[in-house]
Design a protein around this ligand. Sequence first.
Ligand code: GN1
Ligand code: MG
Length: 342
Amino acid sequence: MKLASLAAIAARFTIRGGVRSIEPHGAGHINRTWRVTTDTGARYVLQRINEQVFRDAAGVVCNTAAVTTHVRARDANLVPACIPTQTGSAAVENAEGVFRMLAYVEGRTGSAPPPLADATAAGLAFGRLQALLTDYDASQHVVPIVGFLDMATYRAAFDATLEHGDAARRDVAGPEIARIVAAVEVDSHGAVGPQGMIHGDGKIDNVLFHADCSATVIDLDTVMWGRRAWDFGDLVRSAAAHGAEDAPGLTLDLRRFRALAEGFVHGLGGLCDGDLRAALLDAPAHLALMLGTRFLTDFLSGDRYFKVADETHNLRRARAQLSLYDSMTSHHAAMAEFLRSI
Ligand code: GN1
Ligand code: MG
């Protein structure tokens, strides 16, 4: 997009001062994100919502406004503020897309593998977010993505690409296809445990860390009704691995698992009953397998969903998640023992 049209869009929000600079920002796989600086030195995050992924993009922006208002009234550091437009709406909509603006939050962006203190802080932040959303009025909240985090939906999409996807890519991915088919058959434990409003994208990259050990949760597009354990599963698969989500031979780091679990359970407070503890055990492998399936499906269908660095990126990501899945399965007993002890 041209900088001039981005600047014109930015100026339609209630920003302090005139736009001085705009640069690409962040590393999300879905939306386009820019950092906007004004001549008063104020900084903001401008995002164009991916309308292929979020079919009701304007509704998703209204969700973000409602969620951030609700959460910030209870904890002003946990999520960034949404900046309304000059006319009081949450989004700017024009021929170029649907845009929203957030206050820029200073902080270190999380990445894998995080220091143990960050792992605890991230667990705490995601658990606390769920706890603070228990009295959120979701009557106007739109479903961000139909079938999101639903294994049956991803399994059906995977099966469809096996039939109709790119034949050359299918040949290259033969071993990974076989592993997913076998693993999905036995993955029956993930979709369990108590439900509530969840973040929906609990990965470590969606956390900003501050010097006082607190953390801010960002990327709130996927806040939705779901299984509470899924945020923990996503957090463990992204933060308790020895490397990034596309790193070869990814394995589970039990020390980080412990730190994340301690933080998450603490953040949930009274919400963490026996059923939820049981679900926390199986969610990480379920989420790793689910994401591996999603990455491989995207590889087989020509990289249409996730942003990629090159044409085998989704395949490498799928391999890494499958490797992590195997490692989680082999550490099941140790994870169970630890969860019993907190
Ligand atoms: C996407 O936008 P980002 O990068 O935070 C994806 C998540 C995946 C994640 C894997 C809406 O999140 O579900 O777990 O990539 N978000 C959507 O890195 O599909
Ligand atoms: Mg993100």
